[in-house]
Design a protein around this ligand. Structure first.
Ligand SMILES: [Zn+2]
Length: 476
């Protein structure tokens, strides 16, 4: 009951608790009146990238479908119905991402909902959720996607002057199209990214779930040499890279499939608008790859956040594609301090970016399907390596990224209180003080006891956290 009594969404504040300056404190909404009746709740353990190795984390969420979702743009329900109509397999066939043998035998209709979250209990609030996290269960039981609308709304709320590393001429376009393009990316990431691809498995009786004689590995031209044995899972085999690698695959699927006109049509975009959605989606990914450097610790040669590592890897893949598709130029800001500009050549997305991403996606999928850990590690860790080698000099760029970083956003969750048969909503101001007040009033009866438990847990985990610990909002 304590969990359900935890509060509601949402206001925003800058992370820097020491410097709560007014203009970074944006208020979102908590429109109870718009509740359409559909509710959603999740509670359970999920696999996350931990500071030392993958870890299980308990998290819970209570949300509801808001009437505002049924707006001008395609709402989740038509998107789901239409994607079901064209199906994953036919998209794969049209786009030749990878051979069909590497796709799921049966397309399980994904469940897709956009919710506004009432409360989210965990170490960070994601912008979307795809559950279960276990690939073997997804394969047999299907999966569920949830996009957290009010968290996304907060993520969009970047002010123009804080848009680092973009060209001036890109900023207005970016602000105009970031939200719709992110909707498309999150939808594709969750539905067709995490939802796609098959694992080759030999069960305990020795039977294979693929035809050993006919299935050919498109990377080697040979028959399949490796697979998952009974009891082996994606996470157990790929351990430390499993989470980030899978996020990278899902992000790449989103970037790749947004180029498909039929897909963008389903999301409600055609013609010049569709082209702008594609451009801003790709531009956002490239910029995110640069911003990701904040989450790399050079001293430990270690990435601290799975999604950000994934975006850096995609940036590397697109830089490697060459031909001026992506360029990163160190500059000096108007304050005289180091800065940088990231450019994406719109005209090169289809001729250069698409084939590069296609090759990369095929390699990711084939290595995943065949459980080829050494091949997967070599590929992924190669792209994720951060060095100061020219021309990019990423370690130097990292200093610039840290210098220019925007304060991290936190979400102040309101509380609910039962008064007689009435539920009262208690909201707090979007400030550091509001955040603390919200926490302190959340568990009025067992607060001291909970504080003791939390302190014990934090102390026990402290040895793993050498640097600042972050869990930025992003897709799950
Ligand atoms: Zn994901």
């Amino acid at each position: 009951m304590a969990l359900l009594a935890v509060g509601l969404v949402l206001a925003l504040l800058a992370t820097d608790l020491a410097a709560p300056s007014g203009d970074t404190l944006l208020s979102a909404f908590s429109p109870f009146k718009q509740i359409s009746g559909a509710q959603d709740k999740e509670l359970g353990f999920r696999v996350h990238s931990g500071p030392a190795e993958p870890q299980q984390q308990m998290s819970g969420e209570l949300g509801m479908v808001m009437a505002k979702c049924i707006g001008k743009r395609a709402s989740p329900l038509p998107v789901r119905a239409a994607l079901d109509g064209i199906t994953l397999v036919s998209l794969v066939r049209q786009e030749h991402i990878v051979l069909l043998a590497f796709e799921k035998d049966k397309f399980l209709t994904p469940d897709f909902t956009s919710l506004d979250v009432l409360t989210f209990a965990g170490s960070g609030i994601p912008a979307g959720i795809n559950i279960p996290n276990y690939d073997d269960l997804r394969q047999t039981e299907g999966f569920k996607n949830v996009s957290l609308g009010n968290v996304l709304a907060v993520a969009y709320a970047t002010q123009r002057e804080k848009l680092t590393f973009l060209e001036e001429e890109d900023k207005d376009l970016y602000i105009r199209w970031k939200e719709p393009s992110f909707d498309v990316q999150v939808g594709l990431h969750e539905l067709l990214g995490h939802g796609s691809g098959k694992l080759f498995v030999q069960d305990e009786k020795g039977a294979f779930n693929f035809d050993q004689k006919t299935v050919i590995n498109p990377e080697t031209g040979e028959q399949i040499q490796s697979w998952y044995r009974s009891g082996e899972t994606w996470d157990s085999k790929f351990s430390t890279i499993a989470s980030s690698y899978e996020e990278c695959r899902a992000e790449s699927v989103g970037l790749y499939l947004c180029l498909h006109p039929q897909v963008l049509e389903i999301f409600g975009f055609e013609g010049a608008d569709a082209e702008d959605v594609i451009y801003v989606n790709w531009l956002n990914m490239v910029r995110a790859g640069l911003l990701a450097l904040e989450f790399y610790t050079p001293e430990a040669s270690n990435w601290r956040q799975a999604h950000m590592q994934a975006r850096f890897v995609i940036l590397r893949v697109l830089l490697e594609a060459g031909e001026g598709l992506v360029t990163i130029t160190p500059t000096t800001g108007s304050d005289g301090r180091p800065d940088a500009r990231v450019r994406l050549d719109r005209s090169k997305i289809r001729p250069v970016g698409k084939p590069a991403l296609e090759r990369f996606l095929r390699r990711l999928q084939v290595l995943k399907s065949t459980g080829d850990v050494s091949g997967g590690r070599a590929l992924y860790e190669g792209y994720a390596a951060v060095t100061d080698a020219p021309p990019e000099c990423f370690l130097t760029l990292r200093d610039t990224v840290l210098l220019r970083k925007e304060s991290r956003k936190l979400i102040v969750q309101p509380n609910t209180r039962l008064e007689g048969s009435e539920v009262q909503l208690l909201e707090y101001e979007a400030s550091a003080a509001g955040l603390i007040r919200s926490f302190s009033e959340r568990f009025p009866e067992d607060g001291p006891e909970l504080e003791q438990v939390l302190t014990q847990l934090a102390t026990a985990d402290a040895q793993f956290w050498k640097g600042p610990c972050e869990a930025p909002s992003g897709q799950a």
